[in-house]
Design a protein around this ligand. Sequence first.
Ligand code: 9G3
Length: 570
Amino acid sequence: MRQRTLLATTLREAPAEAETASHRLLLRAGYIRQLAAGVYTFLPLGLRALRKVERIVREEMERAGAQEMLMPALQPAELLRASGRYGLYGPDLFRLQDRQEREFALGPTHEEVVTGVVQGEIRSYRKLPAIVFQVQSKFRDERRPRSGLLRTREFVMKDAYSFDADWDGLDRSYQTMYEAYHRIFSRCGLNYRAVEADSGTIGGEGGTHEFMALADIGEDTIVACPHCDYAANMEQAETAAPDAPVSSADGAGVPEPVKFHTPGIRTIDELERQLGIVPRELIKTLLYVADGKPVAVLLRGDHTGNEVKIKRYLGAEQLELADEATVRAATGAPVGYAGPIGLQVPLLVDRAAAVMPEAVVGAGEADHHIRHARPGRDFALAMTGDFRCAAEGDCCPRCKDGVLRLLRGIEVGHVFKLGTRYSGTIGAAFLDREGKERTVIMGCYGIGISRLLAAIAEQHHDEAGLKWPAAVAPFGAHVIPVSAKDGTQLAAAESIYRRLAELGVDALLDDRDERPGVKFKDADLLGIPVRIVVGKHAERGEVEVVDRASGTLRLMSIEAACTRALAYCK
Ligand code: 9G3
């Protein structure tokens, strides 16, 4: 394409609200433009890159045996009601009415729709397994859209769904898709981890994995062991069972609990700064409300409560920290002084707290704490479990050798074993080889295509601009005549542009009447991986080949330069 016609103006700087690199650079380089909060236009450059990502996804989905289809964005509300999700997602769901005031939603995902469609097409075990996928816009009214394409209210998703006759079949489909995801993210040049995850609100009975692009601005925290391949989303990450209590079994050496005056000392930090009590010597008592009922969670002072684990243990739908009034009502003490001794609410004790020989705890009375509280002696250990977040430095719960590290990630893919969560409610059955009716076993597999493009940009840029991996770059090469006036350079650039087209390299020719500095600054912003600069050497039939990622520059013949550019596209 000729850059003179390209619909893309580069900006000297991005708007103030653009904090992340991909947001700033995709705007400055003319890839996207914001229409509304979390709603973006893909200009030609952005769409070309998006299409490159889609092509990789399609190729790997088809290689995995999935068939592409396309479902509507408009979904009748009664379909979402049938699966119980019309209310579940509340304000996140875009709702609208048609001219007869019939209720619809703009599809945030398509489990219900695809189950109904496939039910109509598959009646016999002979048609199973089946995997279908689509690449389509999804709509979710995010409370806080942000970071450009990383969190939008309309986005492009590849969503795939597998249908099997039994659980073994689902395991095979899941494994096939899991491996396809590895190929997709590798081909996109992404630095990513597949992590064990929590199935959250989607339901389903099986495992689930998330694919996380490593990035400091990532919203998710990953726990990873450098020694074995254990990696999990922080929400789900197990913690190693602590060593058994070291002190004598009956704690004979532990004195009776002693209350002491701690006026105005309400936080762990103040206990440490004013009384020298370190967090590891404490057991903190967190009050939660689970489905309306107060529960106390006891954790060692330096640990953090994991609400996904607590919720799962209690089988609770709703879980939130108790407010001040609830803490007072349940514990008789203000926040900061709640303690386990004599507390009349269920106690969930994290394993690491349960094995402490003794601890400082809140006294359940304003301005007082208690020393020498002993788990099991002074308060019950009826409900002990893993209720804490894994922490940097924990030993790996799998190999027990590695020391866990925390990484930040952007979720770009998520694969789920759904089981009969939708086929059971929407109804998708088949006749097995004995003619018996059975419910299909499903899996679902998502990739945020537009988010993936932004994640790649987050990992591939420098202060001058984007640095696309060749596989997703909007053009295969950038041909730049240095002088817009020099006939030799222009002619050489034109012939290179034509030669590249013959070789099948889709190039961008900077034919603009601009100063060299402007052309090079823009080329740095656009981030096309290889640049052929046609300068004064053109008289001798030589051009510069510049590698955008490394900055290396090499002088070579025009033919060699074209061959070199072709090599990038392989
Ligand atoms: C909704 C709304 C938001 C949602 C969902 C439904 C997330 C919802 C989870 C998934 C699960 C899988 C198929 C591809 C892979 C991911 N946010 N999820 O179901 F109504 Cl408003 O989308 N879907």
